[in-house]
Design a protein around this ligand. Structure first.
Ligand code: HEM
Length: 442
């Protein structure tokens, strides 16, 4: 979108924010975390304050060492490779990063002084540190057993101290990166991804990596206008303007169909290849290590598709409960995204729909829920084979579930399938409830 169009969009939102809490929550997200737009605006590297730039350079310099075409099955070889990568990263960080200056910039931003570092640069820096932490944690792609067995990782201060500021700023608590840091903020406004994870392994790995991560951006690009329609639908329903509400609900249905079409077209074997996804895209985004917090060992999960802002917001708009546990949400979802969803959930009118007077809105809601139901069913069917791929150098671990509990791979896959099935069933129940409203009337 042109700058002018974005300004108009923000202006429209400002107007709405005076009337409704949901709009105020979206405006807060767009203005601050989004640096004035959604998906969030970012810059990487050269537009940053000079003191932050070494991080960008170091990640890119070490990128060729991260992934390999032939992961070893020998623990000693893997350990040696990991130590080499980590030592090199530590050495470069110590040599080039002036931590006091970096802290100075982050402290200024924390105090609201954005003159020293634009929000777009701050966003890009969050991505760089998030991805660099994952690189340090694994030090190799594909990830290997010896690294999975490591439950406490001693990060360099250069990666820990900025992370503390960044996590505090965005309002979340995990040691690991999340979908916002590692995926969304990794793209600049031209759709270029700054921190790739595989370097010249094969065309298949490159194209799979590109297509897979790009889908999360595409969902947010297509989801952004839907947030405003949801808010307008809420306002119209609260004002008893049923005709306007119906229009907005129909718009949501149409736009959702388009968004999901992109998802269905992208999550295919041609674009996201099963033979390389698990080893070359997924493992790195996992985490599975942690630290002692108040005398208890806390293990963090890594980046999961379940962090996708759009699906969280849609569930909230429909009045569904949150997929993530409160604990996981507070670890992995930035505060302003959680606040938007909480507000959409609080103002959801779906459970208030009546047979008398709301028939058309009920129908429009049903269409939306049906789209979501079909997506949940497709997601479940399509993704399970990706998780079942062979990766002898590692044990099973999805990004969203670290699997610290023992069990066979089949048992673990069953746990995941059950989780997805549970969510599908809840969506089906909502669909039936909406159908029941008609049933009562007829
Ligand atoms: C190969 C690709 C994928 C695999 C193997 C996969 C796997 C999974 C698994 C195992 C879960 C449940 C555990 C957890 O919470 O992490 C999950 C949940 C979820 N995933 Fe995916 N996923 C894939 C792609 C995607 C994409 C591209 C999106 C969205 C752009 C997405 C969105 C979600 C959402 C929203 C949930 C929460 C459950 C729900 O709302 O039904 N996933 N995924």
């Amino acid at each position: 979108a042109s700058k002018e169009a974005e300004t108009t969009a923000t202006q429209g939102l400002k107007e709405l924010a005076q009337h409704h809490e949901t709009a105020a929550a979206l405006l807060q997200l767009v203005d601050t975390d989004g640096a004035g737009s959604w998906p969030p605006r970012t810059t990487h590297g050269s537009d940053w304050p000079a003191a932050l730039q070494p991080y960008h350079e170091i990640y890119l310099e070490l990128l060729p060492l991260l992934s390999s075409a032939d992961p070893s099955l020998d623990d000693a070889v893997s350990s040696e490779k990991r130590s080499r990568y980590r030592e090199l990263m530590r050495k470069l960080l110590v040599a080039r990063v002036n931590l006091a200056e970096v802290e100075g910039i982050l402290a200024q931003a924390a105090a609201g002084n954005w003159g020293v570092c634009s929000r777009r640069a701050y966003n890009g820096f969050y991505s760089c540190i998030g991805v660099s932490r994952h690189a340090y944690r694994w030090a190799a792609i594909p990830i290997v057993k010896v690294a999975q067995d490591e439950k406490i990782v001693d990060f360099p201060a250069e990666l820990d101290i900025p992370w503390g500021y960044l996590q505090k700023h965005f309002g979340l608590a995990a040691d690991s990166g999340n979908n916002t840091s590692n995926v969304l903020l990794n793209y600049n406004e031209n759709g270029q991804r700054a921190y790739k994870i595989n370097h010249e392994i094969s065309d298949l790995v490159t194209s799979t990596e590109e297509a897979f991560f790009r889908l999360f951006l595409d969902v947010e690009v297509l989801g952004a206008p839907i947030y405003t329609e949801m808010i307008r639908a809420n306002i119209a329903y609260d004002q008893n303007d049923k005709e306007a509400c119906l229009n907005y609900m129909n718009n949501i249905g149409d736009q959702l169909r388009n968004l999901l079409r992109v998802w269905y077209q992208s999550m295919t074997q041609v674009r996201v290849n099963k033979s390389v996804w698990l080893r070359y895209c997924q493992g790195f985004q996992g985490w599975g290590c942690g630290r002692m917090v108040d005398g208890e060992m806390v293990i963090y999960d890594g980046v999961s598709g379940s962090h996708t802002t759009f699906f969280m917001a849609l569930d909230a708009f429909l009045g569904m409960d949150q997929y993530l546990s409160q604990e996981n949400a507070s670890r992995c979802i930035p505060h302003n995204q959680r606040a938007l969803c909480a507000s959409l959930r609080k103002h959801s009118f779906i459970s208030r729909l009546q047979a008398e007077g709301d028939k058309d809105i009920v129908e429009a809601s049903q269409k939306i829920v049906n789209h979501l139901k079909v997506w949940r069913s497709a997601h479940k069917t399509r993704v399970m084979p990706y998780l079942a791929q062979q990766a002898p150098e590692r044990t099973m671990m999805t990004a969203g579930k670290s699997f610290i509990e023992p069990g066979s791979d089949t048992a673990h896959l069953k746990i995941l399938e059950d989780i997805l099935m549970g969510r599908l069933k809840k969506t089906m129940a909502l669909s039936s409830r909406l159908l029941g409203i008609h049933g009562d009337k007829n």
